[in-house]
Write a protein that binds this ligand. Structure first.
Ligand SMILES: Nc1ncnc2c1ncn2[C@@H]1O[C@H](COP(=O)(O)OP(=O)(O)OP(=O)(O)O)[C@@H](O)[C@H]1O
Ligand SMILES: [Mg+2]
Length: 381
């Protein structure tokens, strides 16, 4: 039997074969694109939050695909890196997008540009693929980012097109740098630029001190776990499309094991596909055979890395958070300190460090693990 490529994509930034359960967000993106393209208004930014591996980055990629297929618009994508300025790269890519707009037709730009590939500047059609010839810029506004954006929007409007800007991992952005970008965007809202801005980051960006007004006024979408039906759909469709359908009891087995966590859905699908090599269907026995390997990979990939990154004291703290969560479903800093037999002020530095490392996050007074499933894993150690 011919070997068929595994359709599942268990990897960060890897576009899933079936992007399910995010209709509200996709509708919002379509609406924002329509407002920008047809009404001559600049829509509010769309802000996507969620814990690790729920699909923020691939959602940005889907927005880029919609912009390309529905409107022939390019997308400029930038991932913020810890401790590094994002503005120079953003500026460069905005300039590159201007060149792309100038030298291509809307039809050239209609091909889906991200599906199936890694999301990245080149996959999005801007950056690596376009050769940038920087023209000598006339002396003008002192801010290079603003000048780049102005220039590219001028070209876009002349071409009857627009631009999508996606900024990922925004929790790493320095507040001042983010404020610099949003001040420009805010200032030009009134110009009615055909510009759609999407921003994605961990839930911590919701904290009042971390965000900036422009984003606060945006349209917020919190991505969570997939429902049972959605997880089954995300497993069933790719397998069927790739020519090796899942039996219903196999689908149920895998959906249950994944807990609806999108990254795990791909991982369990991937291992079940492998376990069923040579068969023309994926049976329950294949699914069951896949569970161990998939779970191990999930644990090693997601949890062990964070655990190893924690000091002895931090591990004690994580253990206490996990126990309190298991017992009461809710862990406040005070309850965790009590669990450790300490005063809250004695252990709050551990809490702060773990938040800074991206292992925990807060939602009001509650402490939560950033990686879905990690609380249960820690509690079971
Ligand atoms: N709606 C979905 N349906 C099916 N699979 C999905 C969906 N969303 C994401 N995935 C899968 O989940 C995994 C993680 O996606 P992604 O990298 O976009 O997460 P993320 O939220 O950006 O994570 P991080 O915070 O670590 O950057 C990928 O394997 C992707 O294919
Ligand atoms: Mg991501």
């Amino acid at each position: 039997m011919a070997r068929t490529a595994n359709p599942f994509r268990p990897g960060f930034n890897a576009a899933p074969p079936a992007f399910v359960g995010r209709d509200r967000l996709l509708d919002a993106v379509r609406e924002a694109l329509a407002v920008a393209a047809l009404d001559g208004r600049t829509p509010r930014p769309i802000v996507i939050t969620g814990t690790r591996g729920v699909g923020k980055t691939v959602a940005l990629g889907e927005a880029a695909v919609l912009a390309a297929t529905d409107h022939g618009w390019p997308t400029v994508h930038v991932e913020v890196r810890p401790g590094r300025d994002f503005t120079p790269l953003l500026t460069e890519r905005i300039v590159a997008a201007g060149h792309l707009l100038q030298h291509t037709t809307a039809d050239d730009r209609r091909h889906p540009v991200v599906t199936g590939g890694r999301i990245g500047a080149s996959a999005l059609g801007v950056g690596g693929e376009v050769e940038v010839h920087l023209e000598r810029r006339e002396p003008g506004p002192a801010d290079p980012l603003e000048a780049a954006l102005r220039g590219t929007m001028r070209v876009a409007m002349a071409e009857g097109a627009g631009l999508v800007l996606t900024l990922d991992e925004v929790q790493y952005a320095q507040r001042a740098e983010l404020a610099g970008l949003t001040a420009i965007l805010q200032e030009h809202m009134a110009d009615g630029w055909p510009l759609v801005v999407l921003v994605a980051g961990l839930p911590s960006i919701r904290e009042p001190r971390r965000t900036v007004t422009y984003l606060e006024r945006g349209e917020w979408h919190e991505l969570g776990l997939l429902t049972r039906d959605e997880a089954e759909q995300a497993l069933r469709e790719p397998a069927a499309d790739a020519g090796r359908p899942l039996e219903p009891d196999a689908t149920r087995e895998l959906a249950t094991a994944s807990g609806g966590y999108p990254y795990a859905v791909q991982l369990y699908g991937h291992h079940a596909w492998r376990a069923s090599a040579g068969s023309d269907r994926i049976l329950r026995e294949h699914a069951v055979a896949a569970l161990g390997a998939a779970r191990r990979e999930l644990e090693e990939g997601l949890y062990v890395a964070r655990w190893n990154d924690a000091s002895e004291r931090e591990r004690e703290y994580l253990g206490a958070v996990a126990r309190v969560l298991a017992r009461t479903g809710e862990a406040t800093g005070g309850a965790v300190a009590a669990e450790l037999g300490k005063a809250a002020t004695e252990v709050s530095y551990l809490r702060d460090r773990l938040i800074k490392k991206g292992t925990l996050y807060t939602e009001g007074p509650r402490l939560l693990f950033i990686t879905p499933g990690m609380a249960e894993w820690v509690a079971g150690r």
